[in-house]
Design a protein around this ligand. Structure first.
Ligand code: NAD
Length: 488
């Protein structure tokens, strides 16, 4: 059966260009189908506009909306294996990682269901005796949710769930490479009883379908996760329409190993921070700063760890790194490493495209460790989005902070130190939306997430994650029986 898309509460053939979803492990075809067309965008937005305004959703109490989200959470858990397998076929993440992401998606639905049930307005304190004020939150309307390919189920649930919890409707545009996960999610929301039209899933080209959704006059917020250039472009689109955005963008996150760190724990944490997901993570710790006195020890240990990681078919148990999303992306990663070589960098581990065995069939790239480059080189400054770690020594804290912050991005940072006072002092000085101390790449849905500098605008997650999809209305209630006195 050809894959259908989910438009205005119905499954139908897309009216756009043909598209193909492939398994990055061997290039085999997951599905061939028609993408959404511009007519589908019109239908989806019109249905979304009607659906969020319909009294059946608008006047539903938050705890009643929460029921749908609880059911979604339960459905995700009950279909964990199927969804994880889909995630792996979509983007090549090892199954073990995909399972973790699916479980976290169930948690996202459960968390926002609970937050929705307890959603409150505010009673601001005021001094006047002749009136009182209160302030409440109302939905924005139709939300455009536009997502990348690296962790689709997580990024999609982090947008769709709080937006629905806030009483909005969502038109979701998944990445070209990973349309199937989002369509599976649509099935679950439908099965959970979400009223028709509140969610549409429109796979298609970003520059055509994504752009048309973002520009649609009825769309009242653009919630985007993806590259910084696309985010900047969408910020312009939103500025023209005077609507809000939430932008979760790229990163080139520094990790710091202090002189006093537990080196074994730090080296393993650093390797996990960059090489898990084959480095295709916005928060990948891709720049490593090591105190000069421990530099050689750490680098030797990292060589052993990186050299021992298993690259292989993502459906095989025990594999640490699956393939990259596509051959062209893999070639882009390899080109950065070539550039590092030409600029005098030392490739201490990895650095060549595998050409033998099962790895030759997919877009694989090995864990790669580089040093010997100046901090202003492209490999130190630009987001590579692959399993490439570049290391530099540092001598003192001021120099370290200067280097760590000398980057356009500010998404995350990691600090490994036995001294929490030192670590907290450094954390204060780092320009990053998330700082991990003696851990890395750990997430809690109740903790807000977002970037400094060119890594983004706005925050996702946390209790205020729902209010990010709402607008505040203030009410003044007069208490006086007398006419208003003129102040003259
Ligand atoms: P991308 O910017 O190329 O695409 C992201 C999405 O935007 C896709 O769905 C794409 O189709 C769509 N798009 C592209 N052009 C568009 C346009 N003109 N109008 C509307 N939509 C458009 O990013 P990608 O390559 O899919 O993802 C990788 C990037 O995402 C990396 O830079 C990574 O750091 C970033 N990312 C950030 C976070 C975060 O939370 N900060 C999380 C994951 C990924």
């Amino acid at each position: 059966m050809t894959q259908q898309i989910f438009v205005a509460g119905e499954w139908r053939e897309g009216r756009g260009d043909p598209m193909v979803s492939r398994f990055p492990a061997d290039g085999s075809i997951n599905a061939e189908f028609n993408a959404a067309g511009l007519a589908d965008v019109e239908d989806a937005v019109a249905a979304a506009e009607a659906a969020w305004r319909a009294p059946s959703w608008r006047s539903r109490q938050p705890h009643e909306r929460a029921e749908v989200l609880y059911r979604v959470s339960e459905l995700i858990k009950s279909r964990l294996e199927e969804l994880a397998a889909q995630q792996t076929r979509d983007n090549g993440k090892p199954l073990s990682e995909a399972r973790g992401l699916v479980a976290s998606a169930a948690g996202t639905a459960r968390y926002f269901a609970a937050a929705c049930e307890t959603l409150e307005g505010e009673l601001p304190t005021q001094r006047n005796a002749d009136f009182m004020t209160l302030s409440r939150y109302e939905p924005l309307g139709v939300i455009a949710a536009i997502t990348p390919w690296n962790s689709p189920i997580a990024s999609e649930m982090q947008k769709v769930v709080p937006a629905l919890a806030g009483g909005n409707a969502v038109v979701l545009k998944p990445a070209e490479a990973t349309p199937l996960m989002a369509l599976k999610l649509a099935e679950l929301f439908e099965e959970a009883g979400l009223p028709k039209g509140l969610l549409s899933v429109l796979p298609g080209r970003g520059s055509v379908i994504g752009e048309a959704i973002a520009r649609h006059p009825w769309v009242r917020k653009i919630s985007f996760t993806g590259g910084t250039n696309t985010g900047r472009h969408l910020a312009h689109v939103a500025a023209d329409k005077l609507i809000g955005t939430s932008l979760e963008l790229g990163g080139k996150s520094p990790t710091i190993i202090c002189e006093d760190a537990d080196l074994e724990q730090a080296a393993k944490g650093v390797a996990y921070g960059i090489f898990s997901s084959a480095g295709q993570a916005c928060i990948a710790g891709s720049r490593l700063f090591i105190h000069r006195r421990r530099y050689d020890e750490v680098m030797e240990r990292l060589e052993e760890i990186a050299g021992g990681l298993r690259v292989g078919h993502p459906e095989t148990a025990g594999v640490h790194l699956g393939p990259l999303i596509s051959e062209s992306h893999r070639d882009g990663v390899a080109a950065y490493v070539e550039r590092a070589r030409e600029e005098g960098g030392r490739i201490r581990v990895g650095g060549t495209i595998p050409t033998e065995g099962e790895l030759a069939a997919g877009s694989y790239y090995p864990p790669t460790l580089i040093d010997g480059l100046p901090h202003d080189s492209a490999v130190c400054q630009e987001e590579i989005f692959g399993p490439v770690l570049v290391a530099l020594p540092y001598d003192d804290e001021d120099e370290l902070v200067g280097l760590a912050n000398d980057n356009a991005y500010g998404l995350a940072a990691g600090i490994w130190s036995a001294d929490y006072r030192r670590a907290l002092r450094l954390a204060d000085k780092l320009e990053a939306g998330t700082v991990w101390i003696n851990t890395y790449k750990k997430f809690s849905i109740s903790t807000p997430f977002g970037g400094y500098k060119e890594s983004g605008l706005g925050r996702e997650k946390g209790r205020r994650g729902i209010q990010a999809y709402m607008q505040q209305k203030s009410l003044y209630l007069g208490l006086d029986h007398e006419p208003i006195a003129w102040s003259d």
